[in-house]
Design a protein around this ligand. Structure first.
Ligand SMILES: Cc1cc2nc3c(=O)[nH]c(=O)nc-3n(C[C@H](O)[C@H](O)[C@H](O)COP(=O)(O)O)c2cc1C
Length: 400
């Protein structure tokens, strides 16, 4: 980071004290750090901590006279290499996402042309509020990089997602961004499936499952962030397509099967995070089935996408997910072996496990080579990054 000019924006969060560690870590790595504090951030931590850690004047009031011409609301952001907002309040995220520039930090965020990294920290209800979620999605679409918050007990006493990400992880994001991004997947083609399928019964009804698609979308997002060329084959979900991902939308397992088989020959890694149906109605009625006292549905076994790829495996790394309600690891091991996979991600979807639809997941990785790696509950993006790390470290050699 030597010689890099970083603006560290700090907002009114209980996690503001962690910004002292961040400022110090960035300075130790050679960065020239300018701290910009919102008025509310100063309710949580004092300026003196930051000017003494960084050696630079702390910037706050938009009308405070600048001590040097190069640190005005325009000149500093114009010359910055990176803007890091950590911790980022719901308020600053909302302001930046909507073009509001009513204080020094939000004004600078409008001026910068350098990468912007945002590390949110807030109460779980704030973090999952659809307005905040939409603001974050909007910023992602504009290229802002998010360091997702962790899951656990929050300062307010609530449990859930919202705790500022590990400061060392934030520093790692900064390092990777300054180096031009974490490009360890540059030039790698990855096919990912996500979400459920819908198997029609008649023109108005279908069989489906509770998969939200969030895990597969997180994998696609993280893989792109790390330089991969990603195609995401998605069943019906409510999620927006991740930026810079080629998305193919399908409904039925047959459509998902065809879409995967068409493209699998062209990729180095296939990650099946979707939950395609195991059974599909034997006959799809042309007209709506009329109400009666009893009705029996005949189901056929659906196409098995992973088994098909496993059968014709030709060097592609195959990663599957096993979502089970009981005997999780036994079933996952069986699936790993039967379908000729390299890695399986076992996740518990029993009632109360809060996996489907949730932003977090607790998984165990089982590899064909006999590895077993169990992780604590983490955000789905952290799980996604962990899977990509595992592949790069343990399976990539076999491929190249
Ligand atoms: C004790 C306390 C802790 C707070 N922690 C957070 C927080 O972690 N994240 C957040 O978004 N807002 C938090 N808030 C609310 C913000 O400080 C408030 O929305 C404020 O307007 C943010 O202003 P700023 O974005 O300009 O710094 C907290 C408020 C209090 C009183």
């Amino acid at each position: 980071m030597s010689g890099k000019k970083i603006i560290l924006g700090i907002t009114g969060s209980i996690a503001a004290y962690k910004a002292a560690y961040l400022a110090s870590a960035l300075v130790k790595r050679g960065a020239d750090v300018y701290v910009v504090m919102t008025k509310n951030a100063k309710e949580f931590i004092g300026e003196a901590t930051f000017w003494s850690l960084t050696g630079n004047q702390v910037i706050s009031g938009i009308f405070d006279p600048p001590t040097k011409p190069e640190i005005t609301h325009v000149s500093l952001p114009e010359s910055a290499d990176l803007l890091l907002v950590a911790p980022a309040s719901a308020n600053i995220i909302g302001k930046i996402a909507n073009g509001i520039a009513d204080d020094m930090l939000s004004t600078m965020a409008m001026v910068v042309r350098c990468p912007v990294i945002i590390a949110p920290a807030m109460n779980v209800n704030m973090y999952t509020n659809p307005i905040v979620v939409a603001n974050m999605d909007r910023l992602r679409q504009h290229g802002c990089i998010f360091v997702e918050p962790g899951v656990g007990r929050l300062a307010c006493g609530d449990e859930g997602v919202g705790r500022l990400a590990d400061p060392d992880l934030i520093v790692q994001f900064v390092e990777e961004s300054l180096m031009g991004g974490p490009r360890d997947y540059s030039g790698v083609k990855i096919l990912v499936t996500a979400g459920p399928t819908q198997e029609p019964i008649d023109p108005v009804r279908y069989i489906s499952n509770r998969s939200s698609g969030k895990m597969g979308y997180a994998i696609a997002e993280m893989a792109v962030a790390r330089g991969a060329e990603v195609t995401l084959i998605s069943g019906p979900t409510e999620l927006d397509a991740p930026a810079n991902v080629e998305i193919v939308r399908v409904k039925t397992v047959r459509e998902m099967f065809d879409a995967v088989v068409d493209r699998a020959g062209d990729v180095q890694i296939f990650i099946s995070a979707a939950a395609p149906a195991d059974f599909t109605p034997a006959v799809v009625k042309d007209q709506k089935i009329k109400k009666s006292t009893r009705m029996t549905l005949d189901l056929d076994k659906a196409e098995d996408i992973l088994a098909e790829l496993g059968k014709h495996k030709d060097g592609t790394i195959l990663v599957g997910f096993a979502a089970e309600t009981e005997n999780l690891e036994n079933y996952a091991q069986e699936k790993l072996r039967k379908k000729n996979l390299d890695l399986i991600v076992a996740n518990d979807v029993s009632p109360g496990s809060e996996t489907f639809g949730s932003d977090s997941n607790q998984v165990t990785l089982l590899s064909a080579a006999g590895d077993r790696v169990q992780w604590p509950r983490m955000s789905k993006r952290e799980v996604a990054n962990g899977i990509l790390d595992y592949i790069k470290k343990n399976l990539w050699e076999e491929l190249s």
